[in-house]
Design a binder for this molecule. Sequence first.
Ligand SMILES: [Zn+2]
Ligand SMILES: [Zn+2]
Length: 269
Amino acid sequence: MFDFHMHSTFSADCDTPMEDTIEQAIAKGFTDICFTEHIDYEYPDPTIQFELDIDAYRKKIAHMNNIYGDKITIRRGVEIGVQPHLLKKYEKLIQQENFEFILCSMHTTDQQGLHSRDLFKGRTVEEAFRVYYEELLYCVQNFDAYDVLAHVDLVKRYTDTPTTDQCYDIIEEIFKTIIPKGKGIEVNTSGYRYGLGTGMPSEDILTLYKQCGGEIITLGSDSHEADTVGYKFKDSLDVLKRLGFTYVTSFENRTPKIHPIETLKSLNC
Ligand SMILES: [Zn+2]
Ligand SMILES: [Zn+2]
């Protein structure tokens, strides 16, 4: 079993040493994990800089594989925070550095933070959702240097006000753009931890992904603490099975590797 979204002290918003997370992953029966440390250029909150010391990161992952490699494979991934005007810069970075797996995320929309909820200032919830998905669509139409689109419906996490407009028309366009390019999405189980009662994306959006012909799905806990590795993976596999998906995907040097859901049963979490 694998978990393809987690952070360590190499991410600006995380204090958890890699060793702690790796040991938890081994204890829970994982055999393949991928750290996806943040690079988020021009993040709008000046108190935090999402930069990554790539050389030190490469060395650390190699060292971790020397120590733990007989029990688990540890991969060197990255989570990039895209914005329309930064796509060329990210393209260059990905060309230069041979990351093993790349998550494409959008944490900033219209140069305003989601986390700070600035995106919602002066907009209705409906407007904010549309701006978020339109900008995500623009990014996937103009950018290919990634493997999996992370937490597609992240915008939901930052509002307590329900909206009737779930922007399915734009999300469908996003899926119809990424699927023919061989890109996937993830089920990000941090949605359960943040009170959404579901992974990200939610079941309605996973159903839409399936209807659009989407097949590539990774599982990621988005752990910033060791004990959340693999959180709600069993439930998420059940959801995927119920929606008609038959396999999930991991990556090996940016190449997808499929695993029938039926074969993924021995998890201690
Ligand atoms: Zn993220
Ligand atoms: Zn993350």
